[in-house]
Design a protein around this ligand. Structure first.
Ligand SMILES: [Fe+2]
Length: 328
């Protein structure tokens, strides 16, 4: 299957806040077009001077654990069984999450990627053993990488505390090494003039400081790619594409009992999250959005901006992205 998109928003039609963030010149040079072929995507941009590749990996759902996890068993039991045996995304043969990650890193190495983007739910719960195993594989691969958390990476089901508190706790206690000294909630990495902006939306909301960080990235005028674990709302999508979904609220939360977590708020998303969603899809220098969480490949195009969800790496799936100079 292949798809392409064109159609740049006119700067004059953008909200005032966004309008001041980018010039006409940026609009005309940053976004060209893109092509999607199975799990390979190509972005064309006049701002890209020399071609390069990025590997996107999400939803590996590693579940390795050992004696150190014994006292957390009551919180990890369900997810420890969730993805033990999977089917390979291409062959349908039995496989498993560890094989999935090794395979994706092998492809990344062979493709000589400039960056591996780990886009959340790399582990099914934050066991020492799984995080160590992942850190070791990343060190062995010796490829630059960035990591942003998913909703399972820091979640011990049934543990007391708000999602924001639990995220902070387990980032500090377990996931820290994966961030390699970067800010866990927001990071930007520049490669050949393209800025890869990773924001943690793993509890479905965007914090005010993350919105400010995103705006600062937009103001650079450079081409951007946004990486989030939970996809942004797109028309016709379920609340799973939950960041900015107008129906996301306590009334539509079907999994809070199963996942043993606080129910989504009655009032739905915060104003900040809704503003973030509006601004993302009005950003002239945004080439695209990459996400995971859904465990299925999908493409939505909003206002000419593609959002690509990659299939679960627990099945070996991954997304290989190429950035190429625009033709003509
Ligand atoms: Fe997820």
């Amino acid at each position: 299957m292949a798809a392409g998109a064109a159609g740049l928003p006119l700067v004059s039609s953008l909200p005032a806040q966004t309008r001041e963030l980018a010039s006409e010149a940026t609009v005309l040079t940053a976004r060209g077009g893109f092509a999607l072929d199975e799990n390979r995507v190509r972005f064309f941009s006049k701002a890209v001077k020399s071609p390069f590749k990025v590997m996107v990996i999400a939803d590996t759902h590693l579940f390795r654990d050992d004696d150190r996890g014994e006292h957390h068993r009551q919180y990890s039991a369900r997810m420890a069984r969730a993805y033990n045996q999977t089917r390979h995304f291409k062959t349908g043969e039995p496989t498993n999450p560890e094989k999935g990650l090794v395979e994706a890193l092998h492809v990344a190495k062979a493709a000589k990627v400039e960056l591996v983007a780990l886009v959340g739910d790399m582990v099914s719960f934050p066991s020492e053993a799984a995080v160590e195993w992942l850190s070791e594989r990343m060190a062995e691969a010796a490829l630059p990488y960035l990591y942003v958390a998913g909703n399972h990476d820091w979640h011990y089901e049934g543990m007391e505390g708000s999602l924001e508190e639990l995220r902070q706790t387990w980032i500090e206690q377990r996931l820290r090494p994966l961030y390699q000294g970067q800010n866990p909630l927001m990071e930007a990495r520049e490669i050949n003039g393209v800025r890869f902006v990773a924001l943690d939306d793993s509890h479905y909301e965007i914090l005010p400081e993350q919105l400010e960080f995103f705006r600062a990235q937009v103001r650079t005028g450079q081409p951007l790619v946004l990486l989030v674990h939970i996809p942004l709302y797109a028309p016709g999508r379920s609340v799973g594409y939950g960041c900015g979904h107008p129906q996301w609220s306590a009334a539509t939360d079907r999994n809070f009992e199963l996942e043993r977590r606080p129910r989504w708020p009655q009032a739905g998303h915060t104003e900040v999250t809704m503003a973030f969603h509006r601004e993302v899809f009005s950003t002239p220098n945004l080439l695209g959005v990459w996400a995971g969480h859904i465990h299925r490949s999908s493409l939505d195009v909003l206002n000419g901006i593609p959002q690509i969800v990659t299939d679960a790496n627990a099945t070996g799936a991954h997304l290989l992205a190429e950035f190429l100079p625009a033709v003509g």
